[in-house]
Design a protein around this ligand. Sequence first.
Ligand code: AMP
Length: 556
Amino acid sequence: MSDGLKRVYGIDLGTTYSAIAYVDEHGKPVVVPNQESERITPSVVLFDGESIIVGNTAKEAAKVEPHRVVSRVKQHMGDAQFVFEYEGQVFSPEDISSFILRKVVGDAEVALGGEEKITDVVITCPAYFGTDEREATANAGRLAGLNVRAILNEPTAAAVAYGLEHGEDQVVMVYDLGGGTFDVTMIEIKDRLIRVICTGGDHRLGGALWDEAIVMALAESFRQQTGLDSDPLDDAEVLNDLFLQAERGKKTLSQRDKAPFRVTHAGHQARVELEKGHFEEITKHLLDRTVQLTREMLNDARVKGYNRFDKIILVGGATRMSQVRNRLVAEFETEPESYDPDEAVAKGAALYGLKESLEDEVRQRLALSGLSDDDDSVNIDLAAVSQEDMEIALDKIERELGYTLTGPVRELVSTQIVNVLSKSLGVVAKDENNREVVVTLLPRNGEVPMETTSDFGTDLANQQGVDIRVMAGERDSTEPGDCKDVGIATLNLPASLPARSPIRIKFAISKDGRLSVTATDLTGGASIAVEFETEAVMKPEQVEERSAALRLISVS
Ligand code: AMP
């Protein structure tokens, strides 16, 4: 595109595979292949001496050097406890994800002729990710030296891509079974509106568990055939080889009725042939769980007044398993539509990026042309701009670009994208029996942005401060044990307040899922915005420092 319009790339940072896309001048999203000429890159990282290798080579190396390889790091995003140690150095999930991002970005730059530097990106994450995981994902981008314009939900990205191709009004259910996560989301696509109604899922349920089930079956067959005591699963190299074979075999079973395997361990070899029926049997519980989570999501949607959907859209590589389609037909009496399972998310993210960048341009044109009262383009609210002024600004952009934007791309600018909160957010307080409970302030599946205020009381007289312990819940449970700590905010109190002094707590969640907490000591009357510290997320200055250090390491 021309100099005027900043190209924003969409990156699907997947558990097992990642992909990058942009939108060309015909308004078509295009996936950029990696240096190995593949359109998706395994999200696997090999620590190779001084440098890092990402992708297929790393995936293969897992067989012989498992201790140097990290895969499925996405499952640990936002987990402060997870670190990978290599030669005395410690790497966080954000660090490792930043290597994956550098690989896909660097390869795309080369594939595009090496003239353009990729700076601005939209990165996707499962709808199920909470605030910590989202912030960690954004930090991975920053660590890779990228300007992260947005963190977008994967199903929303898929719906953006789908909505652009299929213009009619409809309610779709996006069933997204990837390598490591399962997301199920109901989305309303209307003229100039993409609204997430409800979302559910499990961020540990994905294709990798189907692989694991195959691995277990292979080990069992090996033990039966050889009669050996020694377990192939105890040998890290054999285990990695079995995982690679399992993934390949699983893909074979998407096309054929049986798949061959060979297990070699402790000087013995076993040949195993896995029949599709048996594969389906040993993984039925996993599919059951996706159906159960889908039903739960549909119940939530019903509460919000949505009783039906028009289509089921399948995204995520693991939806290629034929049993997924068959089961969904049996359960919901709707023939699912497979929609670009590997690439829809990256493409949708690229379209969202284009939307962001076009919106910036429109705002600037409006500010310059005096069509808006606001001189500062950043403050212009596009929702308040008339359709006519919008068209004038877009025409101007087209003239400068020297080509026409397609109708659906023009419409993207004024398309509103509405998301919901995937986990409820609340604070820990004591109930009348002095028991700790989680009081929900922002409910799951509420539309973002949203804010709420609630009054609490101090526990003791002369309390010096209150710790506002923020927790996220996946189910509607009030038990702290069922929820996850998000962070703590501390409010210092003036001396000699009596017990039960009122404290007002305000929670506000932004459009992109960032939480801010304000507490007011109502006795003193002064509002004190408390610093909210999330436990698992790096601070901006830490990110900058770490980014400089990581960029000394070469990634290929
Ligand atoms: P994604 O995270 O969307 O890239 O999905 C990756 C998952 O899809 C991995 O578990 C892959 O093994 C799985 N997958 C990809 N292609 C197939 C296929 N043809 N049959 C079954 N599973 C597949």
